[in-house]
Design a protein around this ligand. Structure first.
Ligand SMILES: NC(=O)c1ccc[n+]([C@@H]2O[C@H](COP(=O)([O-])OP(=O)(O)OC[C@H]3O[C@@H](n4cnc5c(N)ncnc54)[C@H](OP(=O)(O)O)[C@@H]3O)[C@@H](O)[C@H]2O)c1
Length: 212
C-alpha cells in the first residue's frame, strides 16, 4: 500500500520507518522535500521511500497520515488539495501550553479529529496513532506483548483496512467506535503525555488491554 505521511518529524519518521519495514511504500509530504533532515530520514529508512510536497504525496496515496503539530494541521490539510474519497488517519493531538503546562486546547464537546474531518471535506477521517509516544510507534511490542492502539472513525467500509494498517505496525488494534470517540482518545493521549513528561514514567511505557 502507498502511504502518504504528512509531516516527517518524530511521529512521521517512526511510522514511516516501521511501515517501510513491513513492505509498504512511503511518501512523506513535507514543505521542503529537499531539506537536509528529510533527505537524511529517507536514507535511514531505505526501501521505497520518497519525499514530495503534501499535494503530490496525497495524490498518489491509498492512505494519508497526518502527523503535523496541531497549530499547523489546518494549513497542512489545505495544502493537500482535494481529499474527497481519501482515507485520512489523524495522529495529531490538539495540544496547547496552558497555565499548568501542556494541555488539550479543546475537548469534551468537540475533538481535534472532528475538526480535521471538517477541514478535510469528503475524506474519511480516522483518529488513531495519537495515544502513545513516537518511540512506541517504532516498536509497539513490550516483552512479547502488544501495546494497544485505538481506531475511531465513521466509515465502516474503510475501517477494516485502517485497522489492518495499524496492526501491521505491531499494535493490538481496538475499534473505539465513531469519530466522535476522538474526544476520548485525545484525553487518553493527554494521560500518556502527563504520565510520561510530568509524572516521571518516561517515554518507554505504553497502555495495553488485559483479558480473562
Ligand atoms: N511526539 C509524540 O510522541 C507524539 C505522539 C502521538 C501524537 N503526536 C502528535 O503528532 C503530531 C506530530 O508530532 P511530532 O512529535 O512528530 O512533531 P514534530 O517532530 O515537530 O514533527 C512535525 C512535522 O510536521 C511538519 N510540518 C509542519 N507544518 C507542516 C505543513 N504545513 N505541511 C507539512 N508538514 C508540516 C514539520 O516539518 P518542518 O520541518 O517543515 O517544520 C515536521 O516534520 C502532533 O500533533 C503531536 O501532538 C505526537
Amino acid at each position: 500500500m502507498t502511504i502518504a505521511i504528512i509531516g516527517a518529524g518524530n511521529v512521521g519518521g517512526a511510522l514511516g520507518n516501521n511501515w517501510a519495514q513491513k513492505g509498504h511504500d512511503i511518501v512523506f509530504g513535507v514543505r521542503d522535500p529537499k531539506a537536509e533532515k528529510t533527505q537524511a530520514l529517507l536514507k535511514t529508512i531505505g526501501g521505497n521511500v520518497k519525499a514530495a510536497t503534501a499535494a503530490e504525496a496525497t495524490a498518489s496515496a491509498d492512505v494519508i497520515v497526518l502527523s503535523t503539530p496541531w497549530p499547523a494541521t489546518e494549513a497542512a490539510i489545505r495544502s493537500m488539495g482535494n481529499l474527497r474519497g481519501k482515507v485520512v488517519l489523524d495522529a495529531t493531538n490538539p495540544l496547547t501550553r496552558g497555565p499548568e503546562g501542556i494541555a488539550l486546547e479543546i475537548g469534551h464537546a468537540i475533538s481535534g479529529g472532528e475538526k480535521v474531518q471538517g477541514w478535510a471535506a469528503g475524506a474519511s477521517v480516522f483518529k488513531t496513532l495519537n495515544t502513545t509516544g513516537f518511540g512506541n510507534m517504532a516498536n509497539p511490542v513490550f516483552k512479547g506483548v502488544k501495546s494497544v492502539m485505538f481506531v475511531a472513525g465513521d466509515d465502516a467500509a474503510a475501517k477494516p483496512k485502517v485497522m489492518a494498517l495499524v496492526g501491521d505496525l505491531g499494535f493490538e488494534v481496538i475499534d473505539a467506535g465513531p469519530l466522535r470517540s476522538a474526544r476520548l482518545l485525545e484525553a487518553h493521549a493527554m494521560l500518556w503525555i502527563d504520565l510520561a513528561l510530568v509524572r516521571g514514567q518516561g517515554r518507554d511505557f505504553a497502555f495495553g488491554i488485559l483479558r480473562r
